[in-house]
Design a protein around this ligand. Structure first.
Ligand code: NAD
Ligand code: DAU
Length: 337
């Protein structure tokens, strides 16, 4: 089988490619990635020279690049996106360009060649839950509240529209917050781990009582595999980690793992439009695919911390270049009290 993976140099795409080559060593993967600030070919050092893997540098909005690759593939697994909510607050336009327009270019190619298409989406498209609401489920309406989540919602709607209008063979997954190795150190967990390793404070937004449902990235990769093997065309599956945690409780775990005290917490202003709580009901994926998350949260988090301790040069390279300028702008405009 030939897979075209978009965004395979990012956090989840990298882990997905490693997972796939291990589970399906005879399959061939082409990784199409533009190498934005979040894309990193170092993530694939361990598979360099693998004749089943090929990298193509290119933009998913570029038809000339996308069409021949889609024609040559049996399956497209679409991860490529702009993904950081904070960046979408500073500069929404690139989110619309990549997440909406890029997805539409891929859909045109899929329509042309009839290639199987899996769209990787997020639980953020459903907005925020109150403390006593049931987790997001098949009845939850779309209610995106950040430019990032609105652009992902737009992409989800386009994928479904191409299914209903043109009959493209598609599936969608909406997944909760991933964690694990190769996560770019602008997202909460790796930012906090790397700050603590650099003896810096961690900026906790608002009161720190926001809740996310954390899933290990390997469980996400396995979930996508199950959908590709057993999913029904036209269907959407929710994937979650069964691990609802308050941000502040994660911070306390990280402080303990890294031998720091609570003086390392800096309460900053809240993220504008900050969604209070996410949680996912993944019972359809269990019922129809036999999938459920397997990695226990505290064990997964401990392993993630160990990975970041062992890979501080990787982190330092991520935090070089334009990173500091972006972060200073974000901090000074939005977070500073
Ligand atoms: P990431 O930011 O780490 O990686 C995104 C990758 O896409 C990068 O390698 C980047 O270079 C590439 N890319 C960006 N624009 C591109 C373009 N125009 N053309 C080609 N490649 C481009 O993101 P991630 O966290 O790995 O997320 C991957 C997917 O999973 C996204 O679609 C995201 O919405 C979804 N998702 C993420 C999470 C999460 O917790 N991180 C949860 C649910 C769903
Ligand atoms: O739910 C899935 C989504 O999870 C994905 O679709 C997104 O691509 C991914 O970035 C993630 O979005 P979040 O906004 O939940 O992740 P982030 O790591 O940015 O923030 C997690 C929580 O931590 C959130 O409540 C905001 C808070 N936070 C974040 C940062 C960066 C802080 O308190 N301080 C921080 O410095």
């Amino acid at each position: 089988m030939k897979l075209l993976v978009t965004g395979g140099a990012g956090f989840i795409g990298s882990n997905f490619i490693h997972y796939w080559l291990k589970q399906h060593p005879e399959d061939n993967i082409v990784n199409l990635d533009v190498l934005s600030y979040a894309g990193n070919l170092e993530n694939h050092a361990s598979i360099e020279g693998n004749k089943h893997y090929r990298f193509v540098k290119g933009d998913i909005t570029d038809k000339e690049v996308v069409f021949p690759l889609v024609e040559d593939a049996d399956i497209v697994v679409h991860f490529a996106a702009e993904t950081h909510v904070d960046r979408s607050i500073l500069d929404p336009a690139v989110f619309v360009r990549t997440n909406v327009m890029g997805t539409q270019v891929l859909l045109e190619a899929v329509k042309e060649y009839g290639t199987r298409f899996h769209h990787v989406s997020t639980d953020e498209v459903f907005g925020a839950l109150g403390p006593n609401d049931p987790p997001f489920n098949e009845d939850t309406k779309y209610d995106p509240r950040s430019p990032y989540s609105a652009s992902k919602a737009g992409a989800d709607h386009l994928v479904r529209a191409y299914y209903h209008t043109y009959g493209i063979p598609m599936t969608i997954s909406n997944c909760s917050n991933n964690y694990g190795p190769y996560m770019f150190p602008e997202k909460m967990m790796p930012l906090f781990i790397s700050n603590l390793l650099e003896d810096k404070k961690v900026p906790v937004y608002g009161d720190g009582l926001q809740v996310r449902d954390w899933i290990h990235v390997d469980d996400h990769a396995r979930g996508v595999d199950f959908i590709l093997q057993k999913g029904t065309i036209g269907e959407t599956y929710y994937l979650g980690g069964n691990a609802e945690k308050k941000n502040i409780d994660i911070v306390k775990l990280l402080l303990t793992y890294l031998g720091k005290d609570e003086s390392y917490i800096e309460y900053v202003k809240d993220r504008p439009g900050h969604d209070r709580r996410y949680a996912i009901d993944f019972s359809k994926a269990t019922r129809e695919l036999g999938w459920k998350p397997e990695v226990a949260f505290e064990q997964g988090l401990k392993e993630m911390v160990e990975w970041y301790v062992a890979n501080q040069e990787w982190v330092a390279r991520c935090k070089s270049g334009d990173y500091q300028a972006y972060y200073d702008e974000w901090y000074n405009k939005t977070l500073k009290k």
